[in-house]
Design a protein. Structure first.
Ligand SMILES: Cc1cc2nc3c(=O)[nH]c(=O)nc-3n(C[C@H](O)[C@H](O)[C@H](O)COP(=O)(O)OP(=O)(O)OC[C@H]3O[C@@H](n4cnc5c(N)ncnc54)[C@H](O)[C@@H]3O)c2cc1C
Length: 143
């Protein structure tokens, strides 16, 4: 069994600056060992611990959808020590991802309708959930 405290090594593939003040960035991460992607079997709504060597670990919602293969995405607001260090990292740098952790949304057909109907504001997890919903054959009718 995989030790749940050991992070999977990942490479930063791409960094997107999301806001004019540059305090919000999305990190696209690729597993260094392709077999680790199989083990990191996540659901929309879960989070992971991002680890930056020598700085620490931070819980961040998974912004990519399980239907998107070959990478993970995380949108990170710069607030303190680890997030500031992460914001200074570059494409090609190596870091760690531990998880997936936490619960997920029940997204059967009725779950999707409920989710879209009741969600009042978009947060980072929602990009994962919305990508997942729109990748499905059966789309919600109420948004
Ligand atoms: C389950 C979960 C999911 C999350 N998902 C996301 C996500 O998707 N995206 C995201 O951006 N965040 C997310 N967060 C929040 C994120 O984990 C924290 O913002 C992150 O851990 C902060 O780490 P840090 O080392 O940068 O901040 P720290 O250095 O630990 O600082 C923590 C807080 O203290 C404040 N602080 C730090 N230093 C000072 C100082 N000198 N003076 C005054 N205040 C100070 C910071 O503003 C910050 O609010 C999530 C949290 C949880 C629990």
């Amino acid at each position: 069994m995989q030790n749940p405290y050991l992070p999977y090594p990942v490479r930063i593939d791409e960094i997107t600056t999301e806001t004019e003040d540059k305090n919000l960035k999305t990190f696209k991460l690729v597993f260094i060992n392709p077999e680790d992607e199989e083990k990191f079997n996540y659901q929309a709504g879960q989070f992971a611990e991002l680890s930056v060597a020598g700085k620490g670990e931070i819980p961040i919602g998974i912004a990519s959808s399980p239907t998107e293969k070959g990478f993970l995405m995380f949108t990170v607001n710069k607030v303190g020590l680890v997030t500031s260090y992460l914001h200074n990292m570059k494409a090609g740098d190596i870091m760690g991802v531990r998880g997936p952790l936490g619960n997920w949304y029940p997204l059967g057909y009725h779950g999707r309708q409920e989710y879209c109907h009741h969600r009042r504001r978009v947060c980072f997890y929602d990009t994962s959930v919305l990508h997942y919903i729109y990748a499905g054959s059966c789309q919600p009718t109420k948004i």
